[in-house]
Design a protein around this ligand. Structure first.
Ligand code: NI
Ligand code: MN
Length: 229
């Protein structure tokens, strides 16, 4: 069974069968990060979008480890220009294989840009990720609002959904609980809260809301904690 470790904010490490996948590895500059960038060595990095709190330490980690990085088209091309040798560009609806699994990119309603010294250097569009790994299927929604096509994503047959609950830049807890209904998913893990004052939330209030409204299990992880998927 794969293990999912919360690294803080929207960063996760999915491990199993001797291989590992980092999702949105924003670690340096993340006040809640459980790991430093040099403490993870993923074989693959999956990105939902370019915002600095998601792209994070991707370039440094990929250059150090040789990890394959999978992202939407413009961001994948930009990563290649940064010297990330195994950057794969894809887009919504596409499925890409990586060591140990596959990822299918879904739409996400949000924006996407990477800022360097105030200049936008990596534009593009955001995505959600349906990751099949170790016999399980996990949906990482990325940053998004609630949208009705989450019902279609639910038809992928999800074991676990990772959803933002911070509000302001993404869904808040009430809409995330509606997303759990749309996704028809066994378990949900909240993320993208309490990193900054503007996204303060009580994840246990969200857990109670999910358990009142749905038959899904809600697992609240502190940074550094793991969950058997
Ligand atoms: Ni964002
Ligand atoms: Mn974000």
């Amino acid at each position: 069974m794969p293990t999912l470790t919360y690294l803080g904010h929207s960063a996760f490490l999915l491990e199993g069968d001797g291989t590992s996948v980092a999702i949105d590895p924003f670690l340096s500059g993340n006040p809640n990060a459980s790991h430093r960038p040099d403490q993870i060595a993923p074989n693959t990095i999956l990105l939902t979008h370019a915002h600095n709190d998601h792209l994070g330490d991707t370039v440094a980690i990929a250059k150090r480890t040789g990890a394959t990085v999978i992202a939407t088209f413009e961001l994948g091309e930009w990563l290649q220009e940064q010297g990330v040798e195994r950057a794969i560009d894809a887009n919504h609806g596409g499925t890409v294989a990586f060591e140990g699994g596959t990822v299918k990119l879904t739409p996400a309603w949000h924006t996407s840009s990477y800022k360097d010294n105030g200049a936008v250097v990596a534009p593009g569009v955001p995505a959600g990720l349906v990751v099949r790994f170790g016999g399980k299927t996990v949906y990482f929604a990325g940053d998004t609002c609630l949208f009705g096509d989450m019902r279609l994503i639910g038809e992928e047959g999800l074991d676990l959904a990772v959803l933002p609950i911070g509000d302001r830049y993404t869904m808040g807890p009430a809409d995330a609980a509606r997303a759990v209904e749309f996704l028809n998913v066994g378990a949900v893990i909240p993320c993208h809260y309490n990193t900054f004052p503007s996204i303060r939330q009580d994840p246990h209030a969200f857990r109670r809301l999910v358990e009142e409204r749905t038959t899904s299990r809600c697992v609240v992880l502190d940074p550094g904690q793991s969950h058997e998927v």
